[in-house]
Design a binder for this molecule. Structure first.
Ligand code: OXD
Ligand code: MN
Length: 592
C-alpha cells in the first residue's frame, strides 16, 4: 500500500520477527472494516448488540487479568536512565529489546498481522503526526478506526517521510507476567505485548499521543498534554477555549461535554467539545497558544455515565460504539453499567461473561460492569462536538486548568499569580487514585499536570519545557487555574454538585481572563470572592457553602508543601531552579 522506503524497511524487520501467517494492510475502507466486524462476531471475539437500539455497536470482554493500564509494566527506554527520569520505569534500550524479542519471535505464526497506518490529528494539518501500528488483534483495528484517522489517507499524510511512530503490538497469550508496554522515545517506537486492553494496546493514544509526543514536543517546541479542550460560546457568538488536565477517571469527559445550567442556557450560552483526553498545543502565528485534539473518538469510562451526569456522552455511545467489559442486558441485547440507571437487568451477563441475575448480583454489592469498563465512540456522534474539531490549526486557548480529586486541601478554584507560578501549581498536583490503572484506589499520589503515567522523558525537563513555553508566549500566555470539584464534608459527601454546575466556575475563570472580575490575593493564588460565583438556580449551595469551599487551611497547605518538596527532591539537578524558588516563596507566604 506504500512505497515509503522507511515504512517498508521497518515492516520487513517486523515480519522477520513475528513471522505472521498472513498480512493484511488496513486501508480504512468501510468494506474491509465491515468484514472484520463480521469476522470478530463469528469467532465470538465481539458480540453484535441490538441493531435498532444500538446500531453498529459491539461488546467485547478482555481477559479478567487485563482490564486497565499497567503502570508497573510500562517503561520509557532510553540510552541513559536520567533521560527517562525518576517517575518512569526504565531499562536501557538494547537490554529491553533483548528481553522482548523472544516474546515476539514467531508470535504471529498462526495469526494474521494487521498493519494500521493512522494519523493523530486532522488529515492535512501541519501539526498532525502519523503512526503505523502492527497488531494481531481485530479489536485493536476496530478501536483504532474509531480513535484515529486510519488507512490510505494516513499514508498520504506521511508521504515519503521517515517521521512516523513505529508501533508493534501482539496480544501474544495475554500473560500478565510477560506484559510490557514500552516506549522508545529516542527511536520513535512503541512495543506492547501480552495485553489486549485499550490504553495498553491502542498505541495512538497514551503511548504515542502522550508519551512519545511529549518528548517530540520537548524537542520541537510544542506540548502534548493530558487535557480536555472545551469551548464556551457566549450569546454574542464568541467562543473562548479552555484546556484542563485531570488525572484519569476524574471527569474529563463529563467536563468536556457539560450541559450549561439553566441560568446560562437561557441567555444563549453553549458548550462545545473539542477533546476529552489529549491536547497537542502549539504557538500560533499570532503568538497565542493553540490546542488541537489528536484523537477522533472518545475512550470513556462507562460506569457513572448516565442521562443526568453526561447526556452528551450517552448519546455519543448509541451508534457505532465498542463497549468493553460492561454488562449485557440479555433480553434487550443492550449494555448496562453501574450508574447507568437504577434498574440493572435481571437477565444479565456480568463483565467476565458469567450469566447472572443482575438484580440479585447488584443487591449483593457485586459489580455487573468492571469499574474501568469503557466505551469507544466516534467523536462525530457527539451532539456538542465543536465545529472547530477538524480545524488544522486547533483553537486558541484562554485558560489552562489543573485539577485533582482532593477531599480537603484544594479550594473550589484559584488562579495562579502568573505562568511560572501556574507551572508550580500544575507540578504540585495530587489526586486520589482511581480504577483507571491497576493498584490501590483512593490513595493520594502526586500527579504533576496529570502526566505522571504519561510523560515520556525526565519530568524535571518537562517542567523546564513548560517554563520555556511560558517565556515564548509572554503576555499572550493563557492564564493558569486550579480547580477541585471533590471536597467532601464530615460524612464524606461531595459538597459541590459538579457536572453542569462546574460551568459556574469556568465562567469565573473566563471573567478573570478578560479582566472583568477582581479576586482575593492569598498565599496560594487569587481566589474568587464567594459572591462572584453565580449560584442562580443551583440546588443546595449558598454563598456560605461557597465560602467554605474557598477556604484555605495554611496548616494543610504547609503539609502539602512537604509532599511537593519530596517530589522535587526526586529530580535532583534536573529540577528547574524556578520551581524550587516557587515552592520556597509559597511556604514563606503560608507561614506569614
Ligand atoms: C484514559 C486514562 O484512558 O487516562 O484516558 O486512563
Ligand atoms: Mn486519560
Amino acid at each position: 500500500m506504500t512505497e515509503n522506503r522507511y515504512v517498508k524497511a521497518w515492516l520487513d524487520e517486523v515480519v522477520a520477527l513475528v513471522k505472521p501467517k498472513q498480512i493484511v494492510w488496513i486501508d480504512g475502507s468501510e468494506e474491509q472494516l465491515a468484514a472484520l466486524r463480521d469476522e470478530a462476531i463469528s469467532t465470538g471475539e465481539m458480540e453484535a448488540l441490538d441493531s435498532e437500539k444500538l446500531p453498529g455497536c459491539l461488546l467485547h470482554r478482555t481477559a479478567p487479568n487485563d482490564v486497565a493500564r499497567v503502570e508497573g509494566r510500562t517503561y520509557i527506554c532510553t540510552k541513559n536512565q536520567v533521560d527517562a527520569g525518576p517517575m518512569n520505569n526504565w531499562m536501557e534500550t538494547g537490554e529491553m529489546k533483548k528481553k522482548l524479542i523472544p516474546l515476539y519471535d514467531g508470535v504471529m505464526a498462526d495469526r494474521t498481522m494487521y498493519i494500521i497506518p493512522y494519523c493523530m490529528g486532522p488529515i492535512g494539518s501541519p501539526f498532525s503526526k502519523v503512526g503505523i501500528e502492527v497488531t494481531d488483534s481485530i479489536y485493536v483495528v476496530l478501536n483504532m478506526d474509531i480513535m484515529t484517522r486510519i488507512g490510505k489517507k494516513a499514508l498520504e499524510q506521511l508521504g515519503d517521510s521517515n517521521d512516523f511512530v513505529r508501533g508493534l503490538h501482539s496480544k501474544a497469550n495475554v500473560e500478565e507476567e510477560n506484559r510490557y508496554i514500552v516506549q522508545f522515545p529516542e527511536e520513535n517506537s512503541i512495543w506492547s505485548v501480552n495485553s489486549a486492553y485499550g490504553g495498553n494496546v491502542l498505541l495512538g493514544k497514551k503511548c504515542f499521543a502522550l508519551r512519545i509526543a511529549s518528548y517530540q514536543g520537548y524537542k520541537e517546541g510544542w506540548m502534548a498534554e493530558h487535557m480536555l479542550i472545551l469551548g464556551i460560546e457566549a450569546p454574542n457568538g464568541e467562543t473562548s477555549y479552555i484546556t484542563a488536565a485531570f488525572p484519569s477517571a476524574c471527569g474529563k469527559t463529563n467536563l468536556a461535554m457539560l450541559i450549561p445550567p439553566e441560568v446560562y442556557a437561557k441567555q444563549g450560552y453553549k458548550v462545545w467539545t473539542v477533546g476529552d483526553d489529549i491536547a497537542w498545543m502549539h504557538i500560533g502565528d499570532d503568538g497565542r497558544l493553540y490546542a488541537m485534539n489528536p484523537e477522533a473518538g472518545f475512550f470513556g469510562v462507562a460506569p457513572g455515565t448516565n442521562q443526568k451526569s453526561n447526556p452528551n456522552a450517552l448519546a455519543t455511545t448509541r451508534r457505532n460504539t465498542i463497549f468493553t467489559n460492561v454488562a449485557k442486558d440479555v433480553d434487550q441485547n443492550t449494555v448496562w453499567w453501574e450508574g447507568l440507571d437504577k434498574n440493572p437487568p435481571e437477565h444479565a451477563v456480568e463483565w467476565t461473561g458469567k450469566p447472572v441475575n443482575g438484580k440479585e448480583w447488584v443487591a449483593e454489592g457485586k459489580k455487573l460492569a468492571h469499574p474501568n469498563s469503557r466505551f469507544t465512540a466516534p467523536a462525530v456522534n457527539c451532539p456538542c462536538l465543536s465545529k472547530e474539531f477538524e480545524n488544522p490549526n486547533g483553537v486558541p486557548v484562554s485558560a489552562i486548568v489543573f485539577g485533582g480529586r482532593r477531599a480537603k486541601t484544594a479550594p473550589l478554584v484559584y488562579q495562579s499569580f502568573d505562568w511560572a507560578h501556574g507551572v508550580f501549581v500544575g507540578s504540585a498536583m495530587a489526586s486520589e487514585t482511581t480504577a483507571a490503572a491497576t493498584g490501590a484506589v483512593g490513595v493520594v499520589r502526586r500527579d504533576p499536570m496529570a502526566m505522571r503515567p504519561f510523560c515520556g522523558y525526565n519530568m524535571g525537563d518537562y517542567f523546564g519545557h513548560w517554563l520555556e513555553m511560558g517565556k515564548k508566549l509572554g503576555d499572550k500566555a493563557p492564564k493558569i487555574f486550579n480547580v477541585n470539584w471533590f471536597r467532601t464534608d464530615e460524612e464524606g459527601h461531595f459538597i459541590w454538585p459538579g457536572f453542569g454546575d462546574n460551568m459556574r466556575v469556568l465562567m469565573w475563570i473566563l471573567a478573570r481572563c478578560r479582566g472583568e472580575v477582581d479576586a482575593v490575593e492569598t498565599a496560594i493564588g487569587y481566589l474568587p470572592k464567594a459572591e462572584d460565583i453565580n449560584l442562580e438556580g443551583i440546588d443546595g449551595v449558598d454563598v456560605e457553602t461557597v465560602r467554605g469551599l474557598l477556604s484555605v487551611d495554611s496548616q494543610l497547605w504547609l503539609e502539602d508543601a512537604a509532599g511537593v518538596e519530596e517530589l522535587y527532591a526526586m529530580f535532583g539537578g534536573r529540577l528547574p531552579a524556578e520551581l524550587a524558588k516557587q515552592l520556597a516563596d509559597q511556604k514563606a507566604r503560608l507561614s506569614r
